[in-house]
Design a protein around this ligand. Structure first.
Ligand SMILES: Nc1ncnc2c1ncn2[C@@H]1O[C@H](COP(=O)(O)OP(=O)(O)OP(=O)(O)O)[C@@H](O)[C@H]1O
Ligand SMILES: [Mg+2]
Length: 247
């Protein structure tokens, strides 16, 4: 159990109609911890992430960030989305804005930074993700891997307490996956609290403190990676691993 919990879900339940998509979810993520979430398609991984960022509401149970319940709406919600950044499979950059403007936008709007101060911070972060030379280009001039690194810089620009990644590399060509995973590895080493939905098992083994395996809306296993990969205890996880490790 984490010593210093940053994200806590207690008894969280959610349905989509008849479908019980999150079932009695208990999950604690400690400050600085990296938790990789894996599981079959439709098991509720994205819904879990979206619930933590309140892109989805839940019916029962509690979700707290740094000891505070998720705000329902208004200013508090914008603040939450700044504190808990999210990186999706699709990068969602503004096509008509330059890279640096994409990274600065929410800093000005939500963090109320002056434009030149925001731009300075953006350029620092673009440097950190290896894109200093591309700051003044438009997203379409960048590869998918580069665009995803811009999306990571944009999330970092809000000085988040935690970052959620939902399959950040699954839309990328194979040769671009590593450059994104390396940025994420570095964030992990720097102590960022992260929940990462991914099928990149190499990343899970090397960067995760824990692996959470979901199936049918339930957390079936929550273990250190080594234990999970060498001796999964559930049949569901054994079956899942045998399928993904084959290819
Ligand atoms: N807005 C929605 N309305 C109705 N059903 C939904 C909605 N969003 C997701 N679902 C259903 O909830 C279940 C869980 O979806 P979710 O996207 O969380 O799964 P996932 O584990 O992320 O899957 P994948 O690996 O394919 O991304 C699926 O059966 C999905 O069809
Ligand atoms: Mg998903």
């Amino acid at each position: 159990m984490a010593v210093d919990p940053l994200i806590e879900l207690r008894d969280v339940n959610k349905h989509f109609g008849e479908l019980h998509v999150l079932q009695d979810i208990h999950l604690t993520v400690g400050r600085g911890e990296v938790v990789v979430v894996i599981g079959p398609s439709g098991s509720g991984k994205s819904t879990l992430c979206r619930a933590i960022n309140r892109l989805e509401t839940v019916e029962s149970g509690s979700i707290t960030i740094d000891g505070r319940p998720l705000p329902a709406e208004g200013k508090g919600l914008a603040q939450l989305r700044a504190e808990v950044g999210m990186v999706f499979q699709s990068f969602n950059l503004f096509a008509h804005k330059t890279v640096v403007d994409n990274v600065s936008l929410a800093q000005v709007k939500v963090r109320k930074r002056k434009k030149d101060e925001a731009d300075r911070r953006s350029r620092e972060l673009l440097e950190r993700v290896g894109l200093a030379a591309h700051a003044d280009k438009f997203p379409a001039q960048l590869s998918g891997g580069q665009q995803q690194r811009v999306a990571i810089a944009r999330a970092l620009a809000m000085d988040p307490k935690a970052l959620l990644f939902d399959e950040p590399t699954s839309a990328l060509d194979p040769e671009m996956i590593n450059e994104v995973l390396e940025v994420m590895q570095q964030l992990a080493r720097d102590g960022m609290t992260m929940i990462v939905v991914t099928h990149e098992m190499g990343f899970a083994r090397s960067a995760a403190n824990r692996v959470v395996f979901m199936a049918d809306g339930c957390i079936v296993e929550d273990r250190v990676p080594e234990d999970f990969f060498t001796s999964p205890s559930s049949d569901r996880a054994k079956d899942f691993l045998s399928k993904i490790l084959k290819h």
